[in-house]
Write a protein that binds this ligand. Sequence first.
Ligand code: GDP
Length: 295
Amino acid sequence: MVLVELGRSLRASLNKLSTIGGASEEVIATVLNEISRALIEADVSVGLVKAMKEKIKAKIELTSDSHINKKKLVQKAVQDELVSMLQPATKPYLMSRKKTNVIMFVGLQGAGKTTTIAKFAGYYARKGWKVSMVCCDSFRAGAFDQLKQNATKLRVPFYGSYTEADPVVIAEKGVAQFRKEKYEIVLIDTSGRHRQEAGLFEEMQEISAAVDPDNTVFVMDGTQGQAVYDQAMGFHDAVDVGSVIVTKLDGHAKGGGALSAVAATASPIIFLGSGEKFDDFEPFNAKSFVAKLLG
Ligand code: GDP
């Protein structure tokens, strides 16, 4: 389950504060330290945690009314801070029924892009949208077959090529075809090699320039820890990332990397993936996510 351990640690720390108010400064300091430790252990980047702790401290100090219930005050400050970390100024992209929405997916190989595209396609197809997929991963053998299989299961049309080696050409042709056929959503799978090589970023930039996506989704593996911040930053600098999808939250994910990805890209999380099946996918809402976490 998503972030179970983090939730447990946060709740245990918060419970240390007296419910009848008047918790001493010392207790509050200990609790804030414990909360910070729990977040770092859950892979939230150290810099983010430090900044968050300072903001919470400032909020608590501002409220000098001694009658106010300190536990509630700290709990609310922690909750608000987590929500604001997960809810950047950029609002999620809203699909329009009046045009062809081109959505490009980027991320490291194995992050779960191809699987996520199938889940995403299924989600919108069930809601009655005309969805299609383009496979621009001409690097990984089998990538096109994987997308094709998923598309066939979902009964969603797809475009790809066994012979064309240039992903930019595939992207252009695929998008042009689905635009012409008035598809409402075109999902573009890109190749993600193991490392963030310059070649991968150049290729993504070329595809992006060729198809001019309405939104670029950074797919990240939720089991990845502190490395996510730099990784997300690299993708964001290369192509204008506008959304984040976190995958593999069913496994050993501590999940904190998700907060780093949001911070690095200033982009909202739009969905969470929690399994290999198409249905293991849910829209993300920061407020209810944090409320559940702090229980
Ligand atoms: P890509 O290289 O980024 O396109 O990644 P794939 O979509 O091929 O996924 C890599 C592996 O992760 C595959 O074995 C998927 O079945 C698996 N996978 C993707 N999303 C999830 C998820 O949410 N949970 C789990 N447990 N596995 C996932």
